[in-house]
Design a protein around this ligand. Structure first.
Ligand SMILES: Nc1nc2c(ncn2[C@@H]2O[C@H](COP(=O)(O)OP(=O)(O)OP(=O)(O)O)[C@@H](O)[C@H]2O)c(=O)[nH]1
Ligand SMILES: [Mg+2]
Ligand SMILES: [Zn+2]
Length: 203
């Protein structure tokens, strides 16, 4: 579960892109969780991720949590996100006796973190949620474009027709990429997947 605050700290898509790449390449099911909905509307940020296989939930401190809690039952879910986005605040609501310390965000980006260790907490209806310290960066060593596309079954089939070494970004870098032969909804998924592949290339 990639946790992003809609404000304070301002949302950035970079960490989400990188975490999605790692999730798809690693066979995990990603969830994008948007917090601080009292400070900004979720749509402008969330719409960047349409076309991906991604469940998006909101979990501001005044929002009902039933939908989020249902997603976690029977699963092991690790919360990932920058410092101060509200991971521990969310965990405290999901696990009422968790007692995770939460803090103010004034020191964020200056090396200050509120949580300093990862803790796994059992959920009442089964499963675990893992609160982690905020991350500054997120590496993507050893992940190849094909690893990411394997998570998109329709696109994974198409790239069998690509020339060897195709990076699947399309022209001009990959002029013969078979993803360019797709149309309709698949073509929209190509655009979403390529946004991630571009982030992987930058990394
Ligand atoms: N306005 C608003 N503030 C929130 C919300 N959720 C959390 N906060 C505040 O954001 C601050 C940081 O929350 P934490 O839960 O400690 O953040 P964290 O992601 O665990 O931070 P690290 O442990 O450093 O990674 C606290 O002051 C919270 O009260 C929310 O939905 N709205
Ligand atoms: Mg915390
Ligand atoms: Zn290709």
């Amino acid at each position: 579960m990639i946790v992003v605050a809609l404000a304070d700290p301002p949302p950035r898509s970079g960490l989400v892109d990188r975490a999605l790449i790692a999730a798809y390449a690693g066979g995990l099911t990603p969830i994008l969780c948007l917090t601080k909905t009292d400070l900004a509307p979720p749509e402008p940020f969330a719409e960047q991720f349409t076309g991906l296989d991604l469940t998006v939930v909101t979990a501001g401190r005044d929002d009902p949590l039933a939908a989020v809690a249902d997603l976690l039952v029977g699963q092991i879910t690790v919360l990932l996100g920058h410092s101060g986005v509200g991971k521990s605040t969310l965990v405290n609501r999901l696990v009422p006796d968790a007692g995770r310390a939460t803090g103010d965000v004034s020191g964020v980006g200056k090396g200050r973190h509120i949580s300093t260790q990862s803790v796994a907490l059992p959920l009442r209806d089964g499963g675990w949620v893992i609160d982690t310290p905020g991350v500054r960066s997120f590496g993507l060593a050893h992940i190849e474009p094909d690893d990411v596309l394997m998570a998109f079954s329709d696109l994974a089939e198409a790239i069998a027709e690509c020339p060897r070494g195709c990076g699947h970004l399309g022209p001009p870098a990959d002029p013969e990429c078979a993803l360019d032969t797709l149309s309709g909804p698949a073509a929209r998924r190509v655009a979403a997947a390529r946004r991630l592949l571009a982030a992987l290339t930058e990394a």
